[in-house]
Ligand binder design. Sequence first.
Ligand SMILES: *Cc1c(COP(=O)(O)O)cnc(C)c1O
Length: 452
Amino acid sequence: MNIRSYRSHIENLDKKHLWHPFTQMKEWSEESPLIITDGRGSFLKDIYGKWYIDGVSSLWVTVHGHRKKEIDDAIKGQIDRISHSTLLGLTHPPAAELAGVLAKIAPAGLSKVFYSDNGSTSVEIGLKMAYQYWQHKGIKSKTKFVSLNNAYHGDTIGAVSVGGIDLFHNIFSPLLFKSYKIPSPYCYHCELGKKYPSCRLFCLKEAEKIIKKHKREIAALIIEPLMQGAGGMIASPPGYLKGIKKICASYDILMIADEVATGFGRTGKMFACEHEDVSPDILCLAKGITGGYLPLAATIATEKIYSSFLGNYSELKTFFHGHTYTGNQLACAAAIANLNVFKKEKTLQKLVRKTELLKKELQKMSVFKHVGDIRQKGFMVGIELVKDKKTGGPYPLEDKIGWRVCYAAREKGLIIRPLGNVIVLMPPLTISLQELKSLTRITAEAIKDITE
Ligand SMILES: *Cc1c(COP(=O)(O)O)cnc(C)c1O
């Protein structure tokens, strides 16, 4: 088959049988899809052989680039032994070794690793653990959760229940359990009408008010530390995370840190919680854990939570939860290799210069006529486009401004994906300075071309 007929063969099958995530399939069926066949380093190759910078790390997962030799080899090596055996009633070296490494690098006190296979399930597990912890403690009234407006914790029903993005979540509201919402620390459009820094983190006071009122019912608070990702790359002001931790501690509620997006170096440290020296009671990890190779997630709990589940079998304190592919060998082997590369290549030290370059390049865009706000934590970036820069007035949804900018970038060899009117940049941590410059140059050109 020549390349053109192979391409249309794939496109036909896709359009006939594939239902894509977060995609209006009517629009999809009217467009010609980009078909990716290969990857290397920070680049993706399409079916015609054209290369693109992977500007969002293949949806926030790629850490050390594509075709990383150490990770490729680890998976191949594991395949030659076994690809999967269960953790229900058995164990295996990759799961045990990875648990040891995770416990060592996680914030202090987190030592018990429970595996699953995606970010949403890592959150479900965190919620269920927190709830069951209080049941075992005999405090039966603690059955509710607190989460933030604009929060995103995944797409399963429990994760959506603690979500706060109306656009995605409203339709499902009859299916959800109730959770209390506290304000999003979204300084650019403060929902409390304050200005940072003169507000002196008024949003924390508001959070405390709500939590204090319902403390008897609240099992845990769940938060994306430092950066609310899918909600629009909303960066919290310094001190916010520490303030939240303090409130949780004073009202005796557990803190669940959802580092599915921020974990594994994305914000410049291994985990975002480290920036404010915060140790949550439960930590949720996924996306970057295998370096972007295979689906794996981990929910890590403290000894205090874990030990409340211990008892005789008949006491029924067991955590009755598990997924078929829990702790899959190939995925664990990939994760161990990924974490070894962090050490071997000093990935995080090398990120400092790149983050500074990124910051400098982003600053140049802040003067653009329709760039309202630029938010950056390490290698997580959101560029918010606004129709009216003076008032921060948004582009209407139907303008699809974010998408138009991303399509313009694609023409120039960069693959990025917006969140509404926010342009997201989240390159692999191993991107070179030169590649990073191309990424920001193309982004700037695309924004100018479309908005000016
Ligand atoms: C992506 C994401 C999730 C969900 O992870 P999936 O693997 O897509 O289920 C949960 N929390 C945060 C913060 C995320 O960014």
